[in-house]
Design a binder for this molecule. Sequence first.
Ligand code: GDP
Ligand code: MG
Length: 592
Amino acid sequence: KDTEKKRNFCIIAHIDHGKSTLADRFLERTNMVEEREMKDQFLDSMDLEREKGITIKAQTITLPYRGHNLNLIDTPGHVDFTYEVSRSLAACEGALLVVDAVQGVEAQTLANVYLARENDLKIIPVINKMDLPQADAQSVKEQLIELEIEPDDAILASAKEGRGIDEILDAIIEEIPAPQGGIDNPTQALVFDSAYDSYRGVIPHLRVFEGDISAGDEIKLMASGKNYEVEEVGIFTPRMKETDYLKPGDVGYLIANIKNIRNCRVGETITEAQNSAESPLPGYREIKPMVFSGLYPSDNDDYSLLEQALEKLQLNDAALRYESESSSALGYGFRCGFLGLLHMEVVQERLEREYDIDLITTAPSVIYKVVKTDGETAKIENPSHFPPKNEIEWVEEPYVRAELGVPEEHIGAVMELCENNRGEFEEMNFLDRQRVILNYEIPMSEIITDFFDRLKSCSQGYATLDYEQIGYRESDLVKLDILVNKEQVDALSLVVPRDVAEKRGRAILKKLKDEIPRQLFEIPLQASIGSNIVAREDIPAHKKDVTEGLYGGDFTRKRKQLEKQKEGKKRMKKVGSVNIPQKAFMAVLEKD
Ligand code: GDP
Ligand code: MG
């Protein structure tokens, strides 16, 4: 059978344990990348991914080895993209579990092992970075036992020095089952990722389970119900390379003039229009944004530019949502929905870099459910729309279950952090003598502020965080408004727990005082709940014009000074008579 010579696998690892480096070695070993083309970490292709050192878009490659085709499906490396990871895993029969020989098993290693098990993948453990003097394979093996993984199967490797590479590729052939599936069955192919090309449209990346696909076929996307004619199919080398067919067990792409990503999301099942499969492959899910923020152009004239840019970004980002909104402080902009904070950052950075738009972004918020006295339930994505106290029966907010990987010596600090963020302790499990996994239930709104940064700083960078949504719970919340120069600035409003509202108000004003530059007049800053002012700070007037004191004749110096001022105006918005810089809009995340 022709599936006998195919293997589909992914590499799962905690960040920095060597996934991308190992993938590079595979490319070299199978001569898929010419040495001179070999950039470090071929699989992380977007600039942003390189900078952040993580994978956002999965990459796929077919590796020819010992007469077999080994399909490596890379998976996104961040908790915002768990659903994409799960679909990539569903496209595989096996997984390489890469564990750093010095760091050992970490939170993301665990999360990935569970995901791999849920998808019935054969797991091949690889202990990487064996070249390091501190490498401790024995400790890692003990951790593997805790995970019920056979330690004797672990392959000792160094992706950096190329050690263990053949052994791993051999194990993929020997240990991972060949795909099942029959070419005569009605076609079923899983879309686990997609790319976008401005000429050819959405290009789904897919794994064929049953039947085959070739150019000229009329296909049907089972979730969206749309039909298309296939123009081209092919595999990844890692560039797209046209082939005659995709058959059971194959991983590749198709082009069918699909204009809108909404018609071909990750998780879709592709079948034939005529001889359709009876049911789609399991696991399709609509993905919903969890975190919302307002995006406004610094320059009002850029509004339509921003709209066009968002429209384009959405073509290859099915999770991005946007709708126009207006703010009395910021003018016209968009309320955007993201999967999580990282997703939000990625979108903002792409808008600024690729489309050259200067943005003002408001602080991220979750969706609150407000049950009102008139019996209606409102979903509030924008804190400035939070109803006043007398209209509220009760409020619910989204919670997550957070899994924190913590070295023993930092347990106390991390528990304190969780408790200060309204975390409810669930359980603690020792991974080994040095490391524990803490489970907390925490409001999502606490996680999307500076929680992650604080977690890193209270654990010297060693703690890790992973989380999943667990639904809505009732909380006692109020809207805190901020007034600048006696004017309420809607874009600075936020929703906070009632019992810390005053303290938060004071902390925010202190921060705003630092961020808002002095002007020629004194600026009062106030925080209010309803009509009660709960905090106040004043920004004193600055005394001199900046050009004062420069000699009248010294034009170049004067011009330089003015240019500097102009630079400083970027990412700044005039609200009433006060210039408010971008950073000030994030000040509302300040807790103490
Ligand atoms: P990823 O986040 O899992 O994709 O990890 P990377 O492949 O980006 O590797 C993270 C860091 O570890 C990089 O600086 C690599 O050069 C380094 N690294 C990867 N494999 C090895 C190895 O076998 N030995 C050593 N010493 N360093 C390695
Ligand atoms: Mg990587």
